[in-house]
Design a protein around this ligand. Structure first.
Ligand code: DX5
Ligand code: ZN
Length: 229
């Protein structure tokens, strides 16, 4: 049976990559205080899997200590299995790995579960969702990248909409309750079209942290747009 998603089912996951790192703790606390935030998305980059560097478990721990919101840690790194325990100890709730970085994806997802975290699988824009077929039963979250990962503030890739619809159909056919998350170029202009085809988690960096009228206003606009308003 096809899942029917209501606007209230849409979860917002601000991406901390776009925050002011000089005030990281305060910005995280602001997300917590404002309400309406469901998870904090944390981008880990190694300069090899993606052409940019961000941070590792130590910063995840700083964020963990500043909030009780679930931390959705997106690993854009090669050979991510070297760090699963470290991210678990730092307080990650979700650990998402890239299909393209994991030749032994079944083992990776099982290991993330064994450590007590929820396991996510990310797909680059150029990667076919067919690769999800044999691990759907192990995934708690599918992350469709709607930009090529590495940087915030990029333009939404339109073909992501068809891919999200395809992944939604795969999840429904498998009877999976996994989250379907979208990351990259999400703003009030793009939110509704991805929700309409079945996304239920919106990751947004620039649209939340770079809004001229502040984070609270940004969150309200995103939520309204997701609902089609
Ligand atoms: C990109 C990251 C995203 C990024 C999104 O590689 O995975 O999470 O922060 O930024 P915006 O929302 O600005 O496209
Ligand atoms: Zn991300």
């Amino acid at each position: 049976m096809k899942a029917i998603l209501m606007a209230t089912d849409v979860l917002l996951a601000p991406s901390i990559l776009a925050a002011d790192f000089g005030q990281l703790r305060e910005q995280v606390q602001e997300l917590d205080r404002l309400g309406g935030v469901d998870r904090i998305h944390v981008d880990v980059m190694d300069g090899t899997f993606v052409p940019n560097l961000s941070f590792g478990p130590m910063i995840v721990k700083v964020i963990r200590e500043a909030t009780r919101l679930p931390l959705d840690v997106h690993l854009m790194i090669v050979d991510p299995g070297r760090y699963y325990s470290a991210f678990q100890e730092s307080g990650a709730d979700f650990l998402t790995v890239h299909v393209e970085a994991c030749p032994h994806l079944n083992r990776d997802l099982s290991e993330i579960h064994r450590l007590g975290m929820r396991a996510g699988v990310a797909l680059n824009p150029g990667t076919t969702p067919v690769l999800l077929d044999s691990i759907l039963d192990l995934a708690d979250l599918i992350l469709v990248m709607s930009v090529n990962p590495g940087f915030g503030g990029q333009q939404f890739i339109e073909s992501s909409v068809a891919k999200i619809a395809r992944v939604r159909a795969m999840l429904d056919a498998a009877g999976s309750m996994a989250d379907l998350s979208v990351d990259g170029g999400i703003s009030p202009a793009t939110a509704h079209q991805v929700v309409e085809v079945g996304a239920n988690v919106l990751v947004a960096g620039s649209a939340v942290f770079r809004h001229p009228d502040g984070i609270g206003k940004a969150l309200g606009e995103l939520r309204r747009a997701a609902a089609g308003g």
